[in-house]
Design a protein around this ligand. Structure first.
Ligand SMILES: *Cc1c(COP(=O)(O)O)cnc(C)c1O
Length: 487
């Protein structure tokens, strides 16, 4: 599949003296560059003609698997379809050409986008106001926890240092709490996969700053005891934080603000359709309930456009959370607003129910072959604990690799950590029944192969440009420079 003619690395194609560009005439005049800023030797750059470069990168791009190539049921990551109209809007020169240091009077349209999006997010979540500045989900968590800390400090309550986090939580939750200088306390899950309220009771006292929850949780289960949990946490003076990275199943079903949450973040790059397969860019807006607005980073009293004011990010509250006067990852904000407006209120309400239907359909169609540790209705995703029949030694890793041979991206594997062979499947709402039936058929075929021809599964993938990589070695001895390969 890989076209060797074009090489794996652009350096392999380099021929001394080849050129693929010509610089325009110097229109700016000559400037003296200080000697200490000048290179002593030429940079080691590949020398190629233009066609070679174009083919090299085009061929590489075709080795990639994206949501536009095929089904991509990566649990917890919500790899949903990214409509092209979002890209068109984000690329409009009126937006893409803005400079973040422009005077506010020249960017009123962009500020209007900011205001509109934050109002839609408030309506969707049931919270009062959002900052759109954080650059990712984890960044939003940190911002949210800083807001909570600022709130407690504003009341002179400095002994609140603990954040309670369920054992099923995404790894960023404890990491964000630690970065925020708070102490992480783990609360256990019941055998049914919900937060154990009795375990929680024992942890609550006047040192609790907040409880962080994900709902539906990382197992795809809707937490049953939220009102009781919120009551208990509030009674001891703590705040409720909602990890809304995966808001998809909630669209049209319920709102965190109505459940008693005080602060939350939303991953726009998951639920609101920004491509994020390569790890970015993202946006993690943070919302707060009424009364906490003043702790938002740089919250502003006067946002009326008539005042021709910029949104002021230098106010008290949690302080500045993103660099300079930048208003977050603006292109991601534009994509989210476009997505919300193109769907409209009625269609947005269909997202959660459809995502939930698709996930349950897959779960019920495969649970005779794959081990389902938590039975019952799931939301947008669910977790298998590997194959039911593990006698031939075929692991979750093997199943994931074999899926690639059949043209499907693997689900999330070995997360959550509650099970040894986690296989976490999230289909999203966009997939047709045909696509989902195709995936189910292939998953059943792999289960059959695991019984009759386990070696073909254990040695997969067979049809991809690169077969199994040694990821332990890659992590221990990363080779990131061409020179290191030659060595
Ligand atoms: C993805 C995710 C995060 C982190 O979001 P990033 O944008 O990757 O930082 C946090 N919590 C949950 C539940 C997630 O799925």
């Amino acid at each position: 599949m890989n076209n060797k003619l074009y090489g794996n690395l652009i350096f392999e194609l380099s021929k001394e003296g080849r050129r693929g560009y010509s610089l325009p005439k110097n229109q700016f005049g000559d400037y003296d560059i200080p000697a200490e800023a000048c290179r002593k030797a030429d940079a080691a750059l590949p020398e190629c003609d233009e066609m070679t470069v174009v083919r090299h990168y085009t061929n590489h791009s075709e080795n990639n698997f994206g949501v536009n190539n095929g089904f991509y049921p990566l649990g917890s990551c919500t790899m949903k379809y990214n409509p092209v109209i979002n890209e068109e809007v984000a690329n409009m020169p009126e937006f893409a050409g803005l400079h973040p240091m422009q005077p506010a009077s020249t960017v009123q349209g962009a500020l209007d986008v900011y205001e509109q999006l934050q109002k839609h997010l408030s309506a969707i979540s049931g919270l009062s106001r959002f900052t759109l500045n954080p650059f990712a989900g984890a960044h939003g968590e940190l911002t949210g926890l800083m807001i909570i800390r600022a709130y407690h400090e504003s009341r002179g309550d400095s002994k609140r240092v603990k954040v309670i986090i369920p054992d099923s939580a995404h790894g960023t939750n404890p990491a964000s709490a630690a970065v925020c200088g708070l102490e992480v306390v783990e609360v256990k899950s019941t055998a049914q996969g919900y937060v154990d309220v009795n375990d929680l009771r024992a942890l609550l006292d006047d040192t609790v700053a907040a409880m962080m929850m994900t709902n539906p949780n990382t197992l795809g289960m809707f937490e049953q005891e939220i009102p009781e949990i919120a009551k208990l946490v509030h009674e001891c003076g703590g705040l409720m934080y909602y990890d809304g990275a995966n808001l998809n199943p909630m669209l049209g079903a319920s709102r965190p603000g109505d459940m008693g949450f005080d602060v939350m973040h939303i991953n726009l790059h998951k639920t609101f359709s920004t491509p994020h397969g390569g790890g970015g860019p993202g946006a993690g807006p943070v919302g707060v309930r009424e009364g906490l607005e003043k702790f938002l980073p740089g919250a502003s009293e006067a946002l009326s456009l008539a005042d021709v004011k910029a949104i002021d990010f230098a106010a008290d509250g949690a302080g500045r959370i993103s660099v300079g006067p930048y208003h977050g990852n603006f292109g991601v904000l534009l994509r989210a607003l476009t997505y919300i407006l193109t769907l409209g209120r009625e269609n947005l309400k269909m997202v959660g129910p459809l995502a939930t239907l698709n996930a349950n359909y897959i779960k019920e169609s495969l649970k005779d072959e794959y081990l389902l540790p938590i039975e019952g209705l799931c939301k947008h995703e669910f977790v298998f604990d590997g194959l039911r029949d593990k006698s031939t030694g075929v692991t979750t890793m093997d199943v994931a690799k074999r899926l690639l041979d059949y043209g499907y991206h693997a689900p999330t594997i070995y997360f959550p950590l509650l099970f040894h062979e986690s296989l976490m499947i999230e289909p999203t709402e966009n997939e047709s029944k045909d696509t989902i039936d195709g995936f189910i058929a292939v998953m059943r075929k792999i289960a059959e192969e695991a019984r009759t021809n386990p070696d073909i599964v254990k040695s997969a993938p067979h049809n991809t440009p690169i077969s199994r990589v040694d990821d332990v070695l890659a992590a221990k001895h990363p080779v990131v420079k061409f020179r290191d390969i030659e060595a």
